[in-house]
Design a binder for this molecule. Structure first.
Ligand code: ME8
Length: 506
């Protein structure tokens, strides 16, 4: 049986249209999903939309729509963007779907029956944009400590989740599983937060209605984060013991932004503990993008729209840039200048040129028919070894979610290949028919290296890889075996590749 791999993105709020922050997490998930499929895993890649809660209700009122009308409209924009970005998700869950509502009611009832959810009264400060309650002492100058926006005092009857009960169990779990929360700096933040003490958590609201009713007490709707987090299991069919649930839970990795780590690394695991379910293997919090040095925000009107970027630069350039520019886990800055720089240097010059140069030579010297290599020289052996080492390095990097480092390892081989052309000087070899066998070997090494490079790059830049592999005469041959040296067969047809990436003015 194939090994299973389950990766998720957050489910995005439908009160906002998609921006590069959303695209970032989703592209990262896609690369991982594609890579694991390439490596022979059975992959479940989940994304979706978070449609309940006061924030969405308010946005709908402002737009003069019902919350569901708003959700139906905005969700299409997310789905259309994911399609354009080549996102290969297995499933798209909407929290307004029956399958989800059923699962949320079930887990809520289960924890309630167990006594870990109880009815009480709440009086505290609430930040609607963050959908989070704060105590007086947590506020900073009377404002939300996360987003610095005004908060409002809420007093209501509320169901509480006995989160305090799970404080020690959670700490023990974090200690025993060093990879559970990543990166390390974020893990330490969570440990300190939990050590300060977990309070019981309000998990229902009575001041609005847009949510899933509390089973047996419909005056209350279930807290939007309790509702949203549960998507990771309801998508698999929970509470039914489906094949998907059995195969894929616990999840291998929840990819999230650092803004929502506490929900994923504290709330969610304790909910699962209370429900007697296994915890996620890993929660990875990536950093945030600023835009040309500034925080991205609607009020600054600097929100970067992925569709605009795709129109301007192309899908694969955007995918590449997002994952190459900033090490996953750190904050980074988006700028058009940095993107154009990556496009011109890494993509057009290094990767694109290598392919057009070498396929042009294959056509010129051998009429596009791939020749079997003769014995490899020391130079060839070194190049082959570097390619093989790169494949192993990429695997290690992607298991650590070090996307940028993985791409760097690939580009080292691309540079080595460009250097190899200069060192082996095929144009000089071509002048003397006595060098035919040597020329054939050089061409084979060059093209074979690129076949492997594009096979692995298919996880990052699927459309580019397909074009490249097609000019190398092996389109569609993308699997784990394809990462081994020797896949190109003598006699196959090489066609001159068009420029993969047109250079752009800065
Ligand atoms: O929080 N840089 O949804 P959301 C990088 N519905 N990533 C960013 C970003 C930025 N500037 N801005 C947003 C929610 N993101 C909840 C999630 S999950 C059970 C519920 C990304 O629409 C990042 O992944 O506000 C962040 O975690 C997510 O968008 C928040 O999306």
């Amino acid at each position: 049986m194939k090994p299973a791999f389950y990766v998720t993105t957050p489910i995005y709020y439908v009160n906002d249209v998609p921006h590069i922050g959303h695209a970032y997490t989703t592209v990262a998930g896609d690369v991982l999903a594609r890579y694991k499929r390439l490596m022979g895993h059975e992959v479940y890649f989940l994304t979706g939309s978070d449609e309940h809660g006061q924030k969405v209700e308010k946005a709908a009122t402002t737009a003069g729509e019902t919350p569901l009308e708003l959700a139906d409209r905005v969700v299409k924009r997310f789905q259309a963007l994911w399609e354009r970005l080549g996102i290969s998700n297995t499933d798209f869950i909407r929290t307004t779907q029956e399958r989800h509502k059923k699962g949320v009611s079930h887990i809520f009832s289960k924890i309630l029956e167990k006594g870990d959810i109880y009815l009480g009264e709440y009086e505290d400060w609430y930040c609607t944009p963050c959908e989070t309650f704060w105590t007086e002492t947590q506020l900073i100058e009377g404002r939300c400590p996360d987003c610095n926006r005004p908060v409002e005092k809420l007093k209501e009857e509320s169901y509480f989740f006995r989160m305090s009960k799970y404080q020690q169990a959670l700490l023990d779990h974090i200690e025993a599983n060093p990879d559970f929360i990543q990166p390390k700096s974020k893990r330490n933040e969570i440990i300190s937060f939990v050590k300060e003490g977990l309070r019981d958590l309000s998990v229902s609201r009575t001041t609005f209605t847009w949510g899933i009713p509390v089973p047996g007490n419909e005056k209350h709707v279930i807290y939007v984060w309790f509702d949203a987090l549960t998507n990771y299991i309801t998508a698999l069919g929970y509470p039914e013991n489906t094949t998907e649930y059995q195969t894929f839970w616990p999840v291998d990795v929840h990819l999230i932004g650092k803004d929502i780590l506490r929900f994923h690394a504290v709330y969610w695991p304790t909910f699962l503990m209370a429900a007697g379910l296994p915890l996620p293997e890993k929660v990875f919090a990536h950093g945030w993008w600023t835009v040309e040095g500034q925080k991205m925000s609607k009020s600054l009107q600097n929100v970067v729209e992925p569709n605009m970027l795709i129109d301007k630069y192309g899908v694969d350039v955007v995918r590449y840039f997002l994952l190459r520019e900033v090490p996953f886990g750190l904050d980074g800055d988006f700028s058009h200048a940095a993107l154009v720089q990556r496009l011109n240097s890494d993509l057009a010059n290094d990767l694109g040129n290598l392919l057009s140069r070498s396929t042009a030579m294959a056509v010129k010297y051998f009429n596009g028919t791939l020749q079997a290599p003769a014995e490899l020289s020391e130079l060839d052996q070194t190049l082959k070894k570097r390619t093989e080492d790169m494949v192993a390095a990429v695997d290690a990097c992607l298991n650590d979610l070090a996307f940028s480092k993985a791409l760097q390892a690939i580009w080292e081989v691309v540079s080595a290949a460009n250097k190899y052309i200069d060192e082996s000087a095929p144009w000089a070899l071509a002048k003397d028919p006595a060098n035919q066998a040597r020329l054939a070997t050089v061409m084979y090494c060059l093209l074979e290296l690129q076949r492997i490079v594009h096979c692995i790059l298919s996880a990052f830049m699927p459309a580019t890889a397909e074009k490249a592999l097609s000019s190398l005469g092996c389109q569609g041959v993308v699997n784990q075996e394809g990462l081994n040296w020797g896949g190109l067969k003598a006699g196959s047809t090489i066609t001159k590749a068009e420029a993969l990436f047109p250079r752009m003015e800065g």
